[in-house]
Design a protein around this ligand. Structure first.
Ligand SMILES: [Mn+2]
Length: 609
């Protein structure tokens, strides 16, 4: 880890050098210990980090109960509102789309392939373009406390485009009250692209970027650990994580810091607007005036739902922050010391995935809260194109082909779920039982030590709307691959999404698109999708009915028939076309017979024994 730039006094610089040397040694030590990042090492790194953050008079920010934002009434502009919104006539100003010229087509396509979005369009848009004010009008009329905590905004990047990265930084510097913006910490997760080396270091030496500091991971860590590194290097009161291809909007920071100022155990989340990957226009993702909040289904896929009326009733204004069980993961703010108390992100999580749940669960269950903040807006580029620079590369080798996301889910549910709820996860993801999740004793110890509440409490008090969409799962009657006797092939979704047509293909034994479950209520599903049982011959992968686990399928272990009880017909394979069809059941026809077989993937624990 190398801190490339920090503008401080000479004494502080010396302290820094000492701190960094210790850090460097620890990182080398960690490097030789391999991928397991033990908490012991983490805490040592942290002590070194505190040397770096030894600002005179610096204390961690305390809660100020009752010191709340104040609504000034319609038409009375708040204390941190800008004079103007939007304006300007440069390319992309006001979040308008930008068009390229015909002769740029070749270069445009090349860069799309590298970055996953239209980098050439981004390069032609000013780094300090104006954006639309997508907030509800009420947001302009709030005064915020003037003694808010300071923020370290942390941007993790790997092979980020030049202009998208710097536009993120510019928007933060231009649109944050300087007294609250302590620093912008760039964490380079071992990028290969040329412009992110010397060129970037030279650029951020310009006085305009005096608050920007650059930390480089000595090896590729993935998003989760890279963020922990950023939080360790940060010296502000609050860490604000953003993706490195964002643009913050007008008066985004005070509303995000205010709930933390009031209660330091708050995790606050800005509302995301979309930056179009192709023309870089900025549009709201959510319908105007609507409020959403983060949920999950039992396979731990991130979901959102409309905020229940019960939550909104707790506020006197529609623009106020509201409780949310979880968040998408990319953008949020948390008090740095509280984050540390919670053990940062579980350092045993690999690469990407489940870290948003882990943090939300522990924040809520261990005495804090999480809110979404409608008056804090950040727009984000969603990639719309495959990209060569965003591949995991060396990361994949590092973890020996193990399913890192599934492993992360398992760590999180084994730490935070009660037994009853763990069963729902394993029902939804049977292969997770076979994953080696590593050691979670540190996480369990923290949970015990902080006397954290039960998951049942969390589900009943905070995430109760999860049940409306995703009720408690009944057990699987069968799971695995479903092979047809006549054709010797397996039921397959081909990885299609609803309402894609399903079929059969050669049985491969890896699960994936051939992995199915039949529950005790007749629902036949694959991942989060269901196998539809309509009257036509076409068997489709379709959306499961919301709020129900029921379905029409029944497997007869004697006849080996898979029967649709609505139509009374049997699932079958056409002997000639090899299409998936339904027919009147015939006990002598091998093409009407199916067998369930549990799969054992190559990475599973069972095999290695
Ligand atoms: Mn992103």
């Amino acid at each position: 880890m190398r801190v490339v730039q920090l503008r401080r006094g000479r004494v502080l610089k010396l302290l820094l050098v000492a701190g960094i040397s210790v850090l460097g040694l620890l990182l080398v030590y960690r490097h030789y210990r391999g991928p397991e990042w033990s908490n012991e090492i983490l805490s040592q790194i942290n002590r070194a980090g505190l040397v770096m953050g030894d600002n005179p008079g610096h204390q961690s920010h305390l809660s100020h109960p009752g010191d709340k934002p104040e609504f000034l009434g319609q038409g009375n502009k708040g204390n941190f509102e800008p004079e103007n919104y939007g304006g300007g006539s440069q390319s992309g100003d006001n979040g308008k789309p930008h068009q390229l010229r015909v002769e740029q087509k070749q270069e445009e396509e090349k860069l799309k392939g590298v970055y996953g979005f239209n980098q050439l369009v981004s390069d032609e848009i000013s780094l300090n373009r104006t954006v639309p004010d997508t907030r509800e009008e009420e947001c302009r009329y709030w005064d915020y406390p003037t003694s808010l905590p300071t923020a370290s905004v942390i941007l993790v990047f790997h092979n980020e485009g030049w202009s998208t990265l710097l536009r993120t930084v510019n928007s933060i510097i231009n649109r944050s009250p300087p007294q609250f913006l302590h620093e912008v910490v760039l964490v380079d997760d071992k990028s290969e692209l040329e412009h992110l080396h010397d060129k970037l270091e030279t650029e951020i030496k310009k006085p305009y970027y005096s608050k920007v500091k650059l930390v480089r991971n000595p090896e590729r860590e993935g998003l989760i650990r890279a963020r922990n590194n950023g939080a360790l290097a940060a010296t502000g009161d609050v860490v604000v994580f953003l993706d490195a291809h964002c643009e913050v909007a007008y008066n985004w920071l005070p509303p995000l810091l205010a709930p933390i100022h009031e209660d330091r155990t708050t995790l606050s989340v800005p509302v995301i607007d979309g930056i179009n990957w192709n023309d870089f226009s900025i549009k709201p993702v959510y319908a105007r005036g609507s409020h959403s909040r983060g949920l999950f289904e039992w396979g731990m896929l991130y979901k959102e739902g409309t905020v229940p009326a019960k939550e909104l009733a707790k506020n006197s204004h529609h623009s106020e922050p509201y409780n949310a069980p979880t968040h998408a993961g990319g953008l949020f703010a948390i008090d740095r010391a509280w984050f540390e108390e919670l053990g940062w992100y579980d350092p045993g999580l690999w690469v990407w995935g489940a870290e948003n749940f882990e943090l939300s669960f522990k924040v809520w269950m261990c005495g804090g809260r999480s809110v979404w903040v409608p008056c804090s807006r950040v727009s984000h580029v969603y990639r719309g194109h495959s990209c060569s620079s965003c591949h995991s590369g060396s990361l994949a080798n590092k973890f020996g082909g193990q399913p890192t996301t599934l492993r992360n889910y398992k760590r999180v549910i084994e730490t935070w779920f009660d037994d009853e709820y763990k069963e729902y996860f394993y029902t939804r993801e049977p292969l997770a039982r076979l994953v080696d999740m590593g050691d979670i004793s540190e996480q369990l110890r923290m949970k015990e030590e902080k006397n954290c509440k039960s998951f049942d409490w969390f589900m009943k008090e905070i995430a109760y709307d999860v049940f409306d969409k995703y009720p408690r799962l009944p057990p699987n009657q069968f799971w695995g691959e479903l092979s047809n006797s006549g054709s010797s092939s397996c039921l397959d979704t081909y990885g299609r999404h609803p309402p894609g047509k399903m079929g059969v293909s050669g049985c491969h034994g890896y699960g994936g698109a051939q992995m199915f479950r039949l529950n005790t209520e007749g629902q036949l599903s694959s991942g989060e999708w269901c196998v539809s049982g309509d009257r036509s011959d076409n068997i489709n992968i379709s959306w499961c009915p919301q709020g129900s686990n029921a379905g029409p399928w029944q497997y007869n272990e004697d006849s080996h028939h898979m029967i649709n009880t609505k139509t009374g017909k049997c699932l079958a394979v056409h002997p000639d076309s090899r299409e998936l069809i339904t027919r009147d059941c015939d006990k002598n026809n091998q093409y009407h017979k199916w067998n369930w077989k549990e799969v054992t993937p190559h990475w599973s624990k069972k095999r290695s024994h």
